[in-house]
Design a protein around this ligand. Structure first.
Ligand SMILES: [Cu+2]
Length: 163
């Protein structure tokens, strides 16, 4: 006995029967599956991030590390510079997130926190709150733009693509 889906003359699968019977069933299954698939769209979050300025090799430390005196002298490897950092110096959020920054400068030196779209002055021994919306995906630098603190005082905000 021959299958109803086979051509009577050649014995191959009948395309007209395939389109008439099987294709609508496959399309119905595909539509049903698509409706049951959970949404994968990212829902933006609000993130609380704290960044603190921290001294590493500053002139005040010459009494503890005598070699720094030579480093800070004219022609020394740190002439005109002091080494500070941000802690943390790498942050990751997702595109669309709102970031509530808490920026803390516990020192007696002024700093800044400069990110594309955000510039904050950090007076000595201060805490500043600042909001930032990560509108674009990418890797964005944040720096302290006081000349003597570059290139050391630097970090990266990584904004992951939402979908
Ligand atoms: Cu600084």
């Amino acid at each position: 006995m021959r299958s109803a889906l086979l051509c009577r003359r050649c014995g191959r699968l009948s395309f007209s029967l395939f389109y008439a019977l099987i294709l609508p069933v496959l399309v119905s299954i595909a539509i049903a599956c698509a409706k049951e698939t959970p949404a994968t769209h990212y829902r933006p979050r609000t993130r609380e991030l704290t960044v603190t300025t921290v001294p590493l090799l500053t002139k005040e430390l010459q009494t503890i590390y005598p070699y720094l005196t030579q480093d800070f002298e004219r022609g020394g490897v740190l002439e005109g510079k002091e080494v500070y950092t941000f802690v943390p110096n790498s942050l990751t959020v997702v595109q669309g997130d709102t970031v509530h920054f808490t920026l803390i400068n516990p020192e007696d030196d002024a700093h800044s926190f400069v990110l594309p779209g955000l510039s904050v002055t950090l007076r000595p021994q201060s805490k500043v709150l600042a909001d930032y919306i990560a509108r674009n995906a990418g890797v964005f630098e944040y720096v302290c733009d006081i000349p003597g603190h570059l290139p050391f005082m630097y970090g990266q905000l990584v904004v992951l693509a939402a979908d």
